[in-house]
Design a binder for this molecule. Sequence first.
Ligand SMILES: [Zn+2]
Length: 325
Amino acid sequence: MALQSSRFKNNLRLQNASNNNPTLKLGEIGPAVQIVQEALVFLGYPLPKSTKPNGTLDGVYGTETKKAIEAFQRKNNLVDDGIIGENTLAALDAYFIAGPRPVPIPLPKSPPQYELKIHLRSTALAANSKYSDPYTDTFAELLRTGRELMLSNFYTAKNFYKKYNIHLRLLTEDILKLTPEQEKELSSIEVFCRTFGMSTEQQLLYSLGPATGPDEVTAFFVNRMEDISAGELRGCATYQYTHPVNKNRLPLLIVSQVVPMCTQILAHELGHLLLGADFIPAHSEDPMNIMYPDQGLVNRPNIVLDDQQVAQIFKSPLLKKSLNL
Ligand SMILES: [Zn+2]
């Protein structure tokens, strides 16, 4: 098949590729690749990494160009193998045969994207003075696993909420350095969970670490906590933002050392925060639901939110519509 458009027809390499002799694919470098890249950009497939500062394309068939070709192939009902051969060149050529004309690329029909900003703070290790000797292997190991647990909870929550077009943006993460007195006081934290009050231990906790901005969630991973009525807890979300040091802090507590391998506590507690105190029932009876009461004890695959929960979550003032994710 001979290429006809003025954009492609004078390039021998492209004419050969249009006969699969041979095709153009990942790794190739040269003017033929550059011509295809220019066509892709013209048709609305941006190639920022392959575009030099002066605006010319680099002529390197790298991953970015391959992905753009695959997108073009899908758009044109071709096999999206990222290889430029007869069919792909024919489809590309067709756009330019009648002379270059802008082809409107419809905007993807994606639902609105939301953003939730979050800070992570861990006291879990420092709070237990038995592990406070930084010169022992045990301390280093706990520090590593403590941070890993915090981050794996974060990434589990991030992947979970992504399904609902909610992007968790990690602003800061910090292992808090405590004075011996603070360690003692925070080794077990009394909480008033799901209520509007705060214990002195909670207040101390929320005053630690760098200040956070409005509408940002701070998740604390602590050694141990207890509710005066419910006993030992794995997690606790509080709703009222009454801390005198920073009224805008949205506290969220996690016990990390009681259930050291579970990474779904943060997603569950964030669920409470996003649903709000008035959402009834706060917990679901479906074991596959992230709001099932024992999420945080075991890791389950394929956890979900139900339709009512999803509708409620999007009313949360914590979620901000985001245009550029
Ligand atoms: Zn819960």
